[in-house]
Each structure stands twice: as C-alpha cells, then as structure tokens.
Design a protein around this ligand. Structure first.
Ligand SMILES: [Zn+2]
Length: 400
C-alpha cells in the first residue's frame, strides 16, 4: 500500500532501517546495507555517517575485499547508551542494566512492599522510581545515557496506551503507570505484561515463530508468539490463562471468578497444599524468600514439600495441556519464580501433558527459562522502539 510521506520523514524511516540492518547484521559494510535495503549507496552511506556522528554506530576496520577496495566494516556502538529492564512481581522487583547489544551489566532483586489496598499505586510507583534511579546511577558514562526503561507487570497491561487495566494480586485497577513514571523520571518508559516480555525474549534468543511462555509465580500467565509475532488480542490483554477455569465449582479467585488455574498452580497454591498436608513451620507468605525456602526443604528431602511441589506440578500440567491443545505452540518455556523449583515439579508437568495433550501436541518441547528472561524481555522493549519501522513497509513508502 502506498503511503504519502514527506522527505524528512522518509529520511528518518530510512535511517531507522539502516540502524536496524547494522543491529541485526553486523559486522556489515555500507555496500551490503545499501544492497540489503535496496537503497541508493550514497543515501545509505550518508545515513551511516549520521549514525556514526551520533555514536550509535562505529567503524570496526577493513574487511575482506570481494574484488575491489577493502570495505570498512560497521558495528553497533553498544556502549553509546543503556537500557533498563524491570520485572515487577508481587513480592519482589528485579532490575537489570543492559548495553545496546542486550548484554547484561548488572542485576539486582529487591523485596517489594505493597499493600493490596487504595495505597497500592502510590507505594508501587515510589518503589519503581527508587529502583530505576538506583539502576540508572550504575550506568557508565555514555553518549546517550539511559535510552529508556521497559517494565514487565504481572497482570493486564495495554502496552500501546501504557495503561494497567488490572493487577489481580495487588488490587491495582485502571492506572496510567506510563504517565506517572514519565512525570517522575523524564525518560522514555515502556510497559508490558510479564509473560509477554518472557515470550519476546525467548523469540529473540531461540529464533522461534511459535511458542508459549508460561510465567508461573504467585499468579500464572502466558505469553504467545504466533507466526513470529506476539499475539495481543483485541485490548492487548491476551494470555490470561491463569484465569481460565480448571475446576467448575472451585476456589474463589482474586479476579472474582471461581476455579481459576492460578488458584491450583502457583506459589499461593503451594502454600495451601502445605497447609492442607499439615506441614509445620511454613515460611512466611507472601514474601520474597518463600519459594526459595520451600525449594531448600524439598531438596533436603522433606516429604511435605516434595508432595506439595508435585501437586503444583500436576496442576500446572492440567492448565498447560489446555494451553497446548488450544494453541499448538510446538515449544513451551516455563519461567517465573516457580521455574526455580523445576526439579521438583517438571516430572509431574510432563507426565500430565503426555496424556492430556492431544495427538501431535504430545510432541511439544517443554523447557525451563533462564531466571532473567522476563527482565531481559522488558529491556528489549526499549531496543524494539529504536527499530520500529520494518523494511517491507519502507519498501512500500519508497515506491511512492
Ligand atoms: Zn481468576
């Protein structure tokens, strides 16, 4: 489709395309960039010069000749700016600092203190501001400083409006978190659901076109990559499988419904299975160390903890079979806090999926995510914003 566009806009879009080509294909020469984008060599070269002057791109040295002069090879200037990823969970916040190539420089985890009442938004925004400012201070001096902050939230978030619809376990409703944080920090802020961030990170790391990322902690949610793209749904809140019913007459859920998956397959469910099993001296819940301490006790062979983890694993398996049967993802990555208990839950998960998934869905691969997957996906929201315009749409624009 042809689009009407002025010269300066076209130059900006072309520059973004050149930057993305270097980002994805470095080391690369000016001639290779022009050829890959179908762009005039002089235009490509002048846009490269602009990116070098702005410190986003650097010259690496001469590459191999292919018959003529040796080409000057180009690379991303990965330390010209930094991004921050934040993963907000009910009991803790993880913050990480990345350079432009996505290499992690620093990661820390703080306990989160938010009461699920009218003060929740103010408490959350204050702690977010504090952890972001502390992480910003860790960035080395650079041309562009902190380019932006990406934040993953455990609930229903519209990434295009920056609006939180609902964080079920924190009782936060209808909040323009983007507006409030930009007002306090004066830097670009990007927000998304935590499972979506996990799915985006896994798509990039594994190069998969179809996958489901399960984020299992105090709640449970799913990020879906379908045909290479994140599936968002009509209102940007897809993947709330944690609130699909797995027990028709089941337990009441924080969302107001009954029998939701996350009531049976989460840290909260683990606590209940421990209580029902008559376990003594259960670690405080909710707390940032609850799961860690439960894993230690299961590792030490305590049968109450081993059994409770197995029951959680079974119920993750029931809901996951629904996800797999509905989406046929081929690849499932289990992340979130409960992934740290993988050795106590995954046998049960795989066992249940092996008979509840139908037909070829039983061939699904189920793997465990790296603990920093969600925070890395949150930081990638910042880089994605720099690479927004795709080359195909640019080709349409250039054909005007
Ligand atoms: Zn629910």
């Amino acid at each position: 489709m042809a689009t009407s566009i002025d010269g300066s806009m076209m130059r900006r879009l072309n520059k973004t395309a050149v930057f993305r080509t270097i980002y994805e294909g470095s080391p690369i020469s000016r001639a290779e960039i022009a050829s890959s984008l179908g762009m005039n060599k002089a235009t490509a070269s002048s846009l490269v010069d602009e990116l070098i002057a702005e410190h986003f791109v650097m010259e690496l040295g001469y590459g191999e000749s292919r018959g003529g002069r040796k080409p000057m090879m180009l690379d991303l200037n990965k330390t010209s700016g930094y991004s921050i990823g934040i993963d907000v969970q009910i009991t803790h916040i993880t913050a990480a600092l990345y350079d432009l190539s996505g290499t992690i420089l620093h990661l820390h985890r703080d306990a989160l203190y938010v009461r699920p009442d009218a003060s929740a938004k103010e408490m959350l925004v204050q702690q977010l501001e504090s952890v972001i400012r502390r992480t910003m201070a860790l960035a080395p001096p650079s041309a562009h400083g902190i380019i932006g902050v990406g934040i993953a939230f455990p609930g229903m978030v519209n990434s295009s409006t920056g609006q939180i619809h609902y964080l079920p376990n924190l009782e936060v409703h209808d909040w323009s978190v983007h507006r409030d944080l930009v007002a306090r920090l004066q830097i670009p802020i990007f927000v998304d659901n935590d499972a979506n961030c996990g799915a985006l990170a896994e798509r990039q790391q594994r190069g998969l076109k179809q996958l489901a990322f399960i984020n299992a902690g105090i709640g449970i949610g799913v990020g879906i990559i379908a045909n290479g793209e994140l599936y968002r749904g009509q209102d940007g809140i897809s993947g709330e499988f944690g609130h699909t019913t797995i027990a028709a007459m089941g337990l009441r859920c924080s969302c107001g419904s009954y029998g939701c998956w996350e009531q049976y397959a989460s840290e909260r469910a683990l606590l209940r299975y421990l209580e029902e099993g008559g376990t003594c001296h259960i670690p405080p819940f909710p707390s940032a160390n609850f799961l860690e301490e439960c894993v230690l006790r299961a590792d030490a062979g305590d049968p109450h903890y081993i059994r409770a983890f197995q029951t959680v694993g079974q119920h993750i398996g029931y809901g996951l079979s629904n996800v797999i049967n509905g989406l046929n993802p081929g690849y499932v990555i289990v992340g979130g806090n409960l992934a740290s208990a993988a050795r106590h839950i995954m046998n049960e998960v795989e066992n249940v999926v092996s008979y509840r998934a139908v037909s070829v869905n039983r061939n699904v691969q189920i793997v465990i995510a790296d603990p920093s997957t969600v925070v890395s996906g949150a930081a990638s929201l910042v880089i994605s914003s720099m690479l927004l315009v795709d080359v195909d749409s640019l080709a349409d624009i250039r054909s005007v």
